[in-house]
Design a protein around this ligand. Sequence first.
Ligand code: DC
Length: 235
Amino acid sequence: MQNDKKIIIAIDGFSSSGKSTMARELARRIGYVYVDSGAMYRAVTLYALRHSMIAADGTVDTAALVKALPGIDITFAAPDPATGVSDTLLNGEDVEKQIRGMEVSDHVSPVSAIPEVRRRLTALQQKLGEGKGIVMDGRDIGTTVFPHAEMKVFVDASPEVRAERRFKELKEKGIKADYQEVFDNIRDRDFTDRTRKESPLRKADDARVLDNDGMTHAEQMDWLMNLYKSITARD
Ligand code: DC
């Protein structure tokens, strides 16, 4: 029998692997809070861009950004009842649309490689998970943010499939994009995310792998729900 025990669910994986869509849907179905940790790294990147802390060649003025960190507040609006999407707020301003564009995508990897940025966002994320009953997706949720999460999933899919998805998503949102640019961005981010020194993207030893290349959304949701039920039915 399923019980009411609240758990922490960590969903990590490559960019555009579809993890946010499934994590949000899972949270909605089981009445949990959903947190998109990538949105937090994107919001810090937007802040850095707006304050001219990123040079034309992509170099980040780390010292200036680290100094500004205490004044960067990232929160989430209440979820839209129709879509379940919680807009990201940067110092109270709704920046949901701006953080999804290519300019932020192109600069988010070096920003998220800065140890002080990771430390600050990790602390904020851990605070959000204090009461459990949370689904969080990202790159290091099962390894660094919640190493004791009761349910850990690592989502994998080929770069081609992920680029197709992301391209379609951007078009649907009315954001201009070029397929090759999207593909190159994904491949570059995979590399930077996997090879950075601080909390690189890697599967936690106890995470279950979901390779969703040939799976429909409904099949992925069934897979997740079955795992969730089997974990919460224990003890
Ligand atoms: O999930 P996303 O593509 O929106 O994430 C944007 C970037 O943020 C991604 O390139 C890597 C970084 N990120 C991270 O380093 N750690 C996380 N927990 C989430 C995202």
